[in-house]
Design a protein around this ligand. Structure first.
Ligand SMILES: Nc1ncnc2c1ncn2[C@@H]1O[C@H](COP(=O)(O)OP(=O)(O)OP(=O)(O)O)[C@@H](O)[C@H]1O
Length: 253
């Protein structure tokens, strides 16, 4: 079943003064099946953040459509958007986005508190997730008391606790050392194997090589896609590296 359908997406930014126009997305179409793990790559300025912002319903496109689980997010009214985002999407950012004055437990609970869930329900949802992510003993600490890798696991717990239709990850390993990055990618792999759909923007070929499919954006369009098929992570890494070289040298696929 298709969980995310992106059709003919276009985004033109108009600068406030002078009316200069920048076309960040020219024509992007793709779809994501439920349970897929998709990485999005592309050079700086190719339109990845713009795409992610539109998928996250943080920005509206100039043209085209995004459907999440059959619902056209462009038709959601502004005052409903925050609720829609909280109930349907999970976010993992490069810089973790945890609240410093909240304990790790309260950071994870935040989306459920905003959805007015009972303490009993919050605790029963937290238990299996904290166990899976290996953060049970950290829950009463504060973000400044734990490592980057641990912070990112807390951010993943916060993303998972609402049981989202889709996790959107923006450069999730960008601020991590290579061991913590590896741990996080292993975790994403496990979470995906349990059925969670993940869409991850990354500059890292290593990170993308763990996904089931890699989508390359160039000049605001989908330039190429690589499907894992039977490839190992190492073979995926090779294919991704070759495509990145082609992209950088302006070659055709
Ligand atoms: N708010 C904005 N106003 C005007 N132009 C913008 C705005 N945001 C992005 N752009 C332009 O749109 C294009 C795509 O930018 P975008 O940030 O989506 O690329 P990116 O692939 O995410 O880059 P990076 O990998 O560096 O984050 C670029 O030319 C950028 O300068």
């Amino acid at each position: 079943m298709i969980i995310l359908e992106v059709s003919c997406l276009k985004k033109v930014y108009t600068t406030r003064l002078g009316g200069n126009q920048v076309q960040a997305l020219a024509d992007v179409s793709f779809s994501v099946e439920e349970g897929e793990y998709v990485a999005i790559m592309g050079e700086s300025g190719s339109g990845k953040s713009t795409l992610l912002n539109i998928l996250a319903a943080l920005d509206r496109p100039t043209g085209g459509r995004v459907k999440l689980d059959g619902k056209d997010i462009g038709l959601i009214r502004d005052k409903e958007i925050t609720k829609f985002r909280r109930e349907n999407l999970g976010f993992v950012f490069q810089d973790f986005n945890l609240l410093d004055t909240f304990s790790l437990r309260d950071n994870i609970f935040l989306p459920l508190v905003l959805s007015r869930k009972s303490v009993k329900e919050m605790n029963s949802r937290l238990l299996p997730i904290a166990h899976k992510l290996g953060i049970r003993d950290l829950l009463d600490k504060y973000p400044y008391e734990v490592s980057g890798g641990q912070k990112q696991r807390v951010a993943v717990a916060r993303a998972l606790i609402t049981d989202p239709k889709l996790i959107l990850a923006d450069e999730p390993t960008g601020a991590l050392d290579s061991r913590s990055a590896d741990d996080l990618l292993r975790l994403f792999g496990e979470v995906n194997e349990e059925g969670q759909t993940i869409l991850m923007v990354t500059h890292s070929a290593r990170a993308a090589s763990r996904a089931g499919r890699v989508l390359f954006i160039k000049d605001g369009r989908v330039f190429h896609q690589i499907y894992r098929g039977d490839s190992t992570d190492e073979q995926m890494y090779q294919k991704i590296s070759n495509t990145l070289t082609l992209l950088a040298t302006g070659g055709e696929m």
